[in-house]
Each structure stands twice: as C-alpha cells, then as structure tokens.
Design a protein around this ligand. Sequence first.
Ligand SMILES: [Zn+2]
Length: 137
Amino acid sequence: MNNDNLNSYKSLPCKKCGRIVDNVGEEAVKVTCSMCVLGAVGFPEEPKSAYKPTGRPAGWHWMKEFVDKDGTVYHLGKEQPKLKGTLPPTKVKPVKKKRKKRRTKEEMLLAMDAERKAELKKAVKKQKDFLNHKFGG
Ligand SMILES: [Zn+2]
C-alpha cells in the first residue's frame, strides 16, 4: 500500500471560526469548515403552513370580479394583469355574526301562545277529519 497520498493533504484552520479542518487539498489556502458552510447556506426553512391569511374574503375566487388591496384584479380567482390598478379595491366587509335577538318575556309568551293555538287548531282539524272520515260520506 502506498500511503504517500496522505502527504498531499493538510489541515487548515477555518477562515471564519478557526476550527481545524483536516484533509484540505494541498492547494487550499483558505478553508471554510462544514459548520460555517452550513451557516452560510442557512438551514432549510420550516415548511410554512398551507394557510396564508390573504385578507381576502372567503370565497373571493368565486367572485366574478375581485380587486385585491394592491389593485390586482381577479376574475373568478384568475389574475387579470392587464386590469391591475384600473379598479378600486373590493371592499371587504367584516363578517358579522348574526346575533339572536333577545325576546322579551312578553314576546316569548305571545309566541308560545300562538304556537299553542296553532297546535290546538291542528288538533281540532285532525279530529274533525277523523270524524268526517268515520261518520261522513
Ligand atoms: Zn468554521
């Protein structure tokens, strides 16, 4: 075995952090250790979640025409670059939650009464129908 080849490699301190890097080529004058290379390249970013708040209303891409805040015009969600900036941005109304109207006690009683009367009417009609069928014709 000829190990002469090993002699053509040397160790050099990393030019950035000073860490000794082994087996750099004979020609190498400056070396950057793997840590610094990683640091320079940057760690892969965490995948961003699919949901990006756009500030657009829900279902905007189903709208016949939607103009984004920056003036980008969309027709059914398709960007219309030629129309950009020609239209005022679509006003996005904040979604209002429907609040149930509170009934007053009186209103509630009236509603209950009306319901009861309706039930009674139904019951009477049912009975009449029953009787008609039994004794009628
Ligand atoms: Zn380094």
